[in-house]
Design a protein around this ligand. Structure first.
Ligand code: RP5
Length: 184
């Protein structure tokens, strides 16, 4: 498993960095899990957004099919480690988010990776079509989903953290100001 951990004051990630670091970080509130190193180029946007908001988080490569016992162990221990949100990204037969959700009652947000074969439609359906009883909140395919998974996770954390709610409000204001300032 490759992984990396971010404290709240670390700088945004670069494109070249890969998710390598310690798995155990008691301060992490969000875990960003991806099925393969090849998902990092998309999931770095989740990492960067969480870093931008100062949310302590960690990123790991864990595969539901190539390392199934590790996926089960991570899901089973996520809550007791202090994590509050799990973000899971996978492509193809993308069962990673569902498998993690099966092992934890923490909110699990799924990000379907854009695949070569079907442009991510396979990943989307595999992630979103969870049978009733084990929910996965599924975001858009690829980069928009990666960014929105972070924002959704932050919105969940903001329910009990007013400072994060303020940051989300400011983010929306800045976003709107950019649109208003756009001249064509
Ligand atoms: C999934 O298979 C991963 O999440 C990735 O999106 C896809 C392809 O993985 P690699 O063959 O590139 O490792 O498990």
């Amino acid at each position: 498993m490759a992984s990396k951990v971010h404290g709240s004051k670390q700088q945004a990630s670069s494109n070249k960095r890969s998710p390598k670091s310690e798995i155990r970080n008691p301060k992490s509130l969000v875990a960003v899990i991806m099925g393969s190193q090849s998902d990092w180029d998309t999931m770095r946007h989740t990492d960067e957004t969480l870093t931008q908001f100062g949310v302590p988080h960690e990123c790991h490569v864990i595969s539901a099919h190539r390392s199934p016992s590790l996926a089960a162990e991570f899901g089973s221990t996520a809550e007791s480690r202090g994590l509050e949100v799990v973000i899971a990204a996978a492509g193809g037969a993308a069962h990673l988010a569902g498998v993690l959700a099966a092992h934890t009652t923490l909110p699990v947000l799924g990000v379907p990776m854009k695949s070569d074969a079907l442009n991510g439609l396979d990943s989307l359906l595999a992630t979103v079509q969870m049978p009733g009883g084990i929910p996965v909140g599924t975001l858009a395919i690829g980069k928009p989903g990666a960014v929105n998974a972070a924002l959704f996770g932050i919105a969940i954390l903001a329910n009990s953290r007013p400072e994060l709610r303020d940051k989300l409000r400011q983010f929306r204001k800045d976003q709107e100001a950019k649109i208003r300032a756009t001249k064509l």
